[in-house]
Design a binder for this molecule. Sequence first.
Ligand code: ATP
Length: 639
Amino acid sequence: MRRFLLLRGAEVLVLALLAAVPVAVTNPYALGLLTLLAIYGVLLIGLDVSVGYLGQINLGQVAFLGLGAYAAGIVVTRFGGGLLPALLAAALVGLVLGGLLALPALRLEGPQFALATLSFSALTVTALNELESLTGGAQGLSLARPRFLGMALEPRGFYWLCLAALALVWVTMRNLLASHWGRAFEALRDSPIATDAMGVGTYRHKVAGFALGSGLGGLAGGLYAFNFQYLQPQIFTYDLMVILLLGVVLGGRKSLWGAFVGACVVVLLPNLLSDRRLFLVLAFLGLLAALAAGIRGLARRRSGAFQALAPVAAMALLAVGGLLVKNTEDWRKGIFALMLFAVVVGLPEGLMGFASRFLEGVFRVPPASLPAPSALDDALPAQENGPGPVLAVKELRRHFGGVRAVDGITLQVESGSIHGLIGPNGSGKSTLVNVVSGLYPPTGGEIRLQGAPVTRLGMVAMARAGVARTFQNLQLFGELSALDNVLVALHGAFRMPLPLLVAGLGRKEERRAQADALALVGLEAEARVRARDLTYGAQRFLELARALARRPAVLILDEPAAGLAHPDVLRLMGVIRKVHERGIAILLIEHHMDVVSELCHYVTVMDGGRMLAEGRAQDVKRDPRVLEAYLGLPRESAP
Ligand SMILES: Nc1ncnc2c1ncn2[C@@H]1O[C@H](COP(=O)(O)OP(=O)(O)OP(=O)(O)O)[C@@H](O)[C@H]1O
């Protein structure tokens, strides 16, 4: 509660102060800067969705600013529309074109995606230039600011309108990003495979997130158009994009406050460059800060030599360069590039990331306590098991070129049973469960889940149909806390109408379900620790908790004991038994033969993609073919 009040209090205070400034300050230049701050605030909150939350290098936001600006301008000048319809059109143009760009572009990864968005920006400027009849081309487009609710908007009134837009966007995005939408955005950045395995469609969420951010870009463009009342295509080019990126990275990604601080940077930076003395003072202060941070990082062994020294070198170049050059404005692009480099290397969490850690230390606000976990019956309801196998695989094949990783496997996992899957390295076990869980489409064969054909369902659909899994190589959402990892798995379990979600209502049920899942594996104490900071053993248990939170019909465990210390292996066996007692069928890949013998009712042995043997664990263990495959023993020497 204290944390909530502190955070909300800071938001209200800053907004109230910003709203009060024009009452005391009448300087039109200062008012112009504040108006730009509100507009860039909206723009950068949008950019942060793709750059911060989705983890994509988006070089297209400047195009959405331009498209929104022109859309608003055209609605007013060509169609005689009012201010609100023009702003709505601006946001819609951003949203729709953002979605259309995202559909193909988000099939690409990393640099290719960045290039796609860069090309889109170049195409936009060309189109704005060439569609002269609509946009006025290189001559530009002049527009008058329409009346708002019958009132003429003077600079002060327009500033308040922009501030109100920022406040609305802030509150909406805060609640949306704290909901399952925001968590899905973060999860897919850390592990797209696990996001799909939790039944959360990665691609769908990526496209939606990108379109949303672009829509905010469009809205900011609309406000931009009414602020300057004159538009030219060359405003919306690469130069501005670099400053916008610098703003988001320097402010701090995945943070509304970071976007706000970034907007301050974007607004103030050009002014800073025109005042050489001020630039020099700040460049030397930056150099001192980089030096102090570098020495501290090295002394505490938190950063390597490159991370400590590269920002110092960049800031030194900036300070010395500032002394040597005549006009800092001419060196604008070089200065932005150096700053961006220094921040990306030296302050990856940005100013707000750094400040929030510092403030948390000062205020020491305890996190909200977790609700007490429910009784086992509610946390993991007993499964009603009908007759017949819960999972049936028939003649399943998966080939990779000439490699027959799975080559005609038939097996049945009976409901309520623990089915072991063993075999030497490379025998095709992981490939089999990857096909069964929908990660790879099969080359041939059939899969049935609870009697229904599910052979070619993808991973998301399989997860929703009741298959939950863990991975041989851990696939956690490293940046999220243990609790939030589990919460991603509950996506869709607590659906709420969008308006309620945006209003930030009702999360109690979700919190309880999270606590339940962690209690099942004994991780309550680590609930608030970031997944990547957990011990390896705890990470394995967290993956299990996350899978259990889905309350699956079939749980697939791919070598869950790998790398665990003996006490943890015993604990793991305890959890698996508990899950089994609730009637959940388990398909268990495991190399520890004692774990398999203790737990599994039935075992399938694979070798070279084919089934080598099957039966009860104690019989399979003595099978000469199995001994030969595992230990290289000749068949005659088998007991
Ligand atoms: N994505 C892939 N592309 C090409 N070949 C693959 C791919 N995945 C697996 N294979 C090949 O398929 C075969 C079976 O591999 P798989 O990982 O399924 O075996 P495994 O029994 O799980 O082994 P381990 O116990 O070592 O995990 C191996 O020859 C492997 O190289």
